[in-house]
Design a protein. Structure first.
Length: 133
């Protein structure tokens, strides 16, 4: 029973990280060349709607989490035209896209190197087997 709860909690954490990543990628795409920008939670929900459904309260939690993780600074404000976030990407947020590409490339190179070494080991084993047979 405890293992089932841990598995469910782990699934929720992975889903939360996925949602944070989607929101952060959207914020990075909005920030191109701007120091600060305004965005509404409804714009964010609409932008990520193809991959997941987010409520305004979930977006508030995600924004707070991204702020705690030092990706963004934001202030929520309500005006006559609606509810908006004034967002500023911190250095960690500005480099998120390029850092994620570097991580993917490093992972790809690690897998490629492992496959190459496995192939070389297999061929070397066949050669040794042929020599000492």
């Amino acid at each position: 029973e405890i293992a089932v709860k841990d598995f469910e909690n782990q699934g929720k954490l992975i889903e939360a990280e996925r949602k944070e990543k989607l929101v952060l990628l959207y914020l990075c795409s909005l920030a191109q060349g701007k120091k600060t920008f305004l965005v509404s939670p409804h714009e964010i929900a609409k932008a990520v709607s193809k991959k997941t459904v987010l409520s305004v309260s979930e977006i508030d939690e995600i924004m707070a989490s991204l702020s705690l993780q030092n990706y963004i600074e934001f202030v929520a404000s309500e005006s006559a035209s609606g509810y908006f976030y004034c967002v500023k990407l911190k250095n960690k947020g500005q480099t998120y896209v390029s850092d994620s590409r570097k991580q993917k490339k490093a992972l790809f190179m690690l897998v490629l190197r492992s496959m190459f070494l496995a192939t070389v080991s297999f061929v070397f084993g066949l050669i040794l087997k042929a020599i000492f047979k």
